[in-house]
Design a protein around this ligand. Structure first.
Ligand code: B12
Ligand code: SF4
Ligand code: SF4
Length: 314
């Protein structure tokens, strides 16, 4: 049984890498005081739009121990989902579906991988322990946790950016009662850059790293229930926007250039969806839509929302 916290942490991180996670860092399970205050403020000023799950109990989302009082450490992982750049894909004119949604749903992929990791850990460290897997499945603020664990810094595009992988990483956690050695956050390297703020077609970003979901095409195309208000575009064009999700503020980020390709096959885009053009998408019947996108993030979208997106954005 390993008892020394540094050795224990080393063994935990080694296994996480062996299980295929690209990044791993350790955070304490103490409250995320500043992030919690910011979330509360974001809710007050309306930036969380219609996401009632963020508004219900913002204070609790910043307190992992409110959910699991036994939690002492949080193993924060990152999984690269980047694949060939847009210009070399077969869909040469326009990527219609944002990159995160072209492969298998990341909730499923990360939850399965984290579960395997969790199952193997007792053997590696020589004892049983309490733990809980999370991939956007618990009321937790995953970005501030990953930042505290040194996985990356909080970019002005509001995403966690790692120097090697950029922001093309999904986040997941294993909450545990293990006494592990915590990592230090890494320095914010955005500097004077504001490429993401300037590139956002709807002005949804600000210098603060605060995203206004009411204007964000990712929110409007994936979570929003009503019509997509035409005025979100202001004077800018809706050319080259995706019909599901949005990658514009990531594509322009200098840290997202020349990042490695994902090793996770499940994130590779499915050829049958990647190559669809607008006309083919328009002609999809509901059963075909459901079949084609089953297991991808689009499975969360109703057929009506899919049709609405096509109508509003193409
Ligand atoms: C809600 C949500 C969304 C919403 C809101 C996005 C957002 N920026 O918060 C919508 C639907 C728009 C969305 C879109 C996307 N999402 Co999302 N989303 C989430 C979710 C479920 C919660 C995030 C949250 O709490 N948001 C609320 C805001 C207020 O929180 P926040 O950004 O952390 O707030 C900080 C800033 O506001 C900042 N701040 C700094 N200064 C100031 C000053 C003031 C005054 C204020 C108020 C705030 C502030 O401090 C706050 C705390 O750190 C997380 C999973 C999770 N459980 O954490 C995934 C998550 C953030 N999403 C993810 C992804 C991949 C995406 C998309 C890239 C998908 C796509 N291609 O369309 C886009 C990216 C859009 C973008 N630029 O952020 C990944 C991000 C991975 C990463 N590298 O960071 C996550 C972590 C899921 C995962 N498990 O991997 N998402
Ligand atoms: S995801 Fe798109 S709409 Fe949302 S902030 Fe980024 S560029 Fe703007
Ligand atoms: S585009 Fe520039 S400002 Fe925006 S997240 Fe990337 S480095 Fe930071």
């Amino acid at each position: 049984m390993i008892t020394d916290p540094d050795k224990l942490t080393g063994a935990v991180k080694k296994l996480a890498k062996e299980e295929g996670f690209d990044l791993v860092g350790i955070s304490s399970a103490e409250p995320l005081t500043q992030a919690g205050q910011r979330l509360r403020r974001a809710v007050q000023i309306g930036c969380t739009a219609g996401m009632s799950y963020l508004q219900r109990n913002p204070a609790q989302r910043a307190r992992p121990q409110a959910l699991f009082p036994w939690a002492r450490s949080i193993i924060c992982v990152g999984l690269n989902y980047h694949f060939v750049p847009l210009s070399t894909t077969k869909n040469h004119c326009r990527l219609l579906i944002s990159r995160y949604a072209l492969g298998r749903d990341y909730h499923l992929v990360l939850a399965e991988k984290l579960q395997l990791f969790k199952d193997k850990l007792p053997r590696t460290i020589g004892r049983e322990f309490r733990s809980r897997v999370a991939v956007d499945t618990l009321a937790l603020m995953e970005k501030p946790l990953a930042q505290r664990a040194g996985v990356g810094w909080g970019g002005k595009n509001s995403l966690v950016i790692n120097p090697e992988y950029g922001s093309w990483i999904f986040l997941g956690e294993l909450l545990s009662d293990l006494d592990l050695t915590f990592d230090e956050p890494i320095e914010n390297q955005c500097g004077n850059c504001r490429a993401c703020i300037d590139a956002c077609p709807t002005g949804a970003l600000s210098e603060l790293g605060l995203l206004d979901a009411r204007k964000c095409l990712s929110y409007l195309t994936t979570e929003h229930k009503g019509n997509i208000p035409p005025q979100v575009f202001g004077k800018t064009s809706k050319k080259n926007v995706c019909i599901y999700g949005c990658d514009i503020c990531q594509e322009v980020c200098p840290f997202n250039r020349d990042t490695p390709q994902t090793k996770e096959q499940q994130f590779h885009p499915r050829a049958e969806t990647l190559d669809l053009n607008i006309e083919q998408l328009r002609s999809l019947t509901e059963p075909r839509f459901k079949k084609l996108f089953s297991d991808t993030p689009l499975a969360r979208l109703s057929y009506q929302q899919f049709r609405r997106n096509l109508q509003s954005l193409t």
